[in-house]
Design a protein around this ligand. Structure first.
Ligand SMILES: Cc1cc2nc3c(=O)[nH]c(=O)nc-3n(C[C@H](O)[C@H](O)[C@H](O)COP(=O)(O)O)c2cc1C
Length: 336
């Protein structure tokens, strides 16, 4: 019996199991988190939210990124930013959203983020990173976690040292460790041996993110590292069934009818999130992930050519009803 079903607590917040949804920029909104929760995720993290955007009162940042659904949760809101005073203010605003925790992004390798001193640039300024974490804790009054990487370049260990300081000096209650250096971005093999070392070294729970694309691998990494939990990122995009499969609640892949029904659910929720035309355009990145599930299905019907054709139709939809009509036409075809 593996540990994935065990409940645990992160900074006093009860978490029902050990498989979590990772922060995903441009993706991890309330309905993606709600979906992960429906399929079993023990805790979900929002897409990263700019502390400057919140503190400077940007309406879109507040209403869009801090929107939580009453049935999701526990939810952690992830913030990024390198200025402690601004982080204090932003964390206070984020706490009003109903989040259970605040997570700080100290791992993002994207240039636009690092240029401001935020994301993985914070690994190279540990005193400021500690000050930002203290500010987030004091500003929000919530437990704070940090997601980071081992370092900027292969061989660097500044992230490992920073993780310890964050736990000991900043009162951070947990660390999410993505054991790839930021110069690797999201490619290359994660160093799970290093992850184990960090798990053993830190006085707070460690969550592992990185390379968890298949259920058996995710479970292996949970055991190999001894981590408190694992976090699904790309492996869960358009694939909420991954949570059930990691939890051992489902053995097989979803049937095409289930995949299409789930995409229908996503289309409806996107319509609650954005105005119709914007929702339709926003969903264009989601469609290929669901079609990927159909490719996995062992059957003659969903050939590559047919899936390409369906995708092209979905990519050109301008309204949600047009997207619904494409889905309905496939549902009719597979029903006969
Ligand atoms: C599209 C995309 C967006 C991401 N956005 C964030 C983010 O907002 N905050 C963050 O800490 N990590 C972000 N990440 C990193 C993931 O949370 C995760 O750590 C990484 O993808 C490694 O996990 P994987 O190999 O299982 O995908 C993002 C990754 C991807 C692919």
């Amino acid at each position: 019996m593996n540990r994935v079903h065990e409940n645990w607590a992160l900074g006093g917040v009860p978490v029902s199991n050990r498989v979590l949804l990772a922060p995903l920029a441009g993706i991890g909104n309330w309905f993606v988190r709600l979906q992960a929760k429906r399929y079993g995720a023990g805790l979900t993290v929002s897409e990263m939210v700019s502390s400057h955007g919140l503190a400077y009162g940007d309406r879109r940042t507040r209403t869009e990124f801090l929107r939580l659904h009453p049935d999701e949760g526990p939810t952690s809101i992830q913030l990024f930013g390198a200025d402690p005073a601004i982080m204090r203010e932003a964390a206070a605003i984020a706490a009003e959203s109903g989040a259970a925790l605040i997570d700080l992004n100290m791992g993002c390798p994207v240039k636009k983020v690092c240029r401001t001193g935020a994301g993985s640039a914070m690994l190279r300024d540990p005193d400021n990173a500690v000050a930002v974490a203290v500010a987030a804790r004091e500003g929000s009054g919530l437990p704070v976690t940090v997601k980071l990487r081992p370092g900027v370049r292969p061989g660097d260990r500044e992230g490992v040292d920073l993780a310890r300081r964050l736990a000991e000096e900043a009162g951070v209650v947990g660390i999410t460790f993505h054991p790839r250096h930021s110069s690797q971005q999201h490619k290359g093999l994660p160093d799970y041996d290093l992850a184990r070392e960090v798990v053993e070294d830190l006085p707070v729970p460690v969550v592992i993110s990185g390379g968890l694309l298949k259920p058996d691998k995710a479970l292996r990494v949970l055991e190999q590292t001894g981590a408190a939990a694992i976090m699904l990122a790309r492996g869960s995009m358009g694939n909420p069934w991954m949570f059930q499969r990691v939890l051992g609640e489902r053995t097989g892949l979803p049937e095409p009818a289930e995949v299409l029904a789930e995409l229908g659910w996503v289309i409806d929720r996107a319509g609650e999130h954005y105005a119709d035309g914007r929702a339709a355009r926003y969903l264009r990145k989601f469609h290929p992930w669901y079609l990927e599930r159909l490719k996995e299905f062992d059957g003659e019907f969903f050939t590559r050519a047919r899936l390409n054709e369906i995708n092209q139709r979905l990519q050109s939809t301008e309204t949600l009803d047009q997207a619904r009509a494409v889905i309905a036409s496939i549902e009719t075809l597979i029903a006969v």
